[in-house]
Design a protein around this ligand. Sequence first.
Ligand SMILES: [Zn+2]
Length: 125
Amino acid sequence: MMNWIDKWTQKLSEGTKMISKKTDELLEIAEMKIAIRDMESEIEDAKSYIGELVYQYYLNTHDLKMLSDEIKQKCAEIYEMNEEINRLKKKLNLIKGNHFCKFCGEILNPHERYCPYCGKKQDSK
Ligand SMILES: [Zn+2]
């Protein structure tokens, strides 16, 4: 069974093949935005799955110890999806020519000297 990450890696590489033929940046941007939105909604699903899992175990056994591996695995999947989302967001920012923080990847106002998201000092231009 494919996990979410495999599924997304596959979807993204299929998308990339299609895009390179068309060399259409706008299409690539749209694809990445869809991928980000879908992954964000899968993250929400995974979080509510964890919540449901914990609650069902509580109802059935009143013992949560045996759950930890399952929870750890789900959390790892969420973490990897977040990493992928950040990677895509950085790529989107580069394509769009936005200024962005080298440290956290958030979009910046070009004249901002400090990142409002992570607080790190930006290079002066
Ligand atoms: Zn930052």
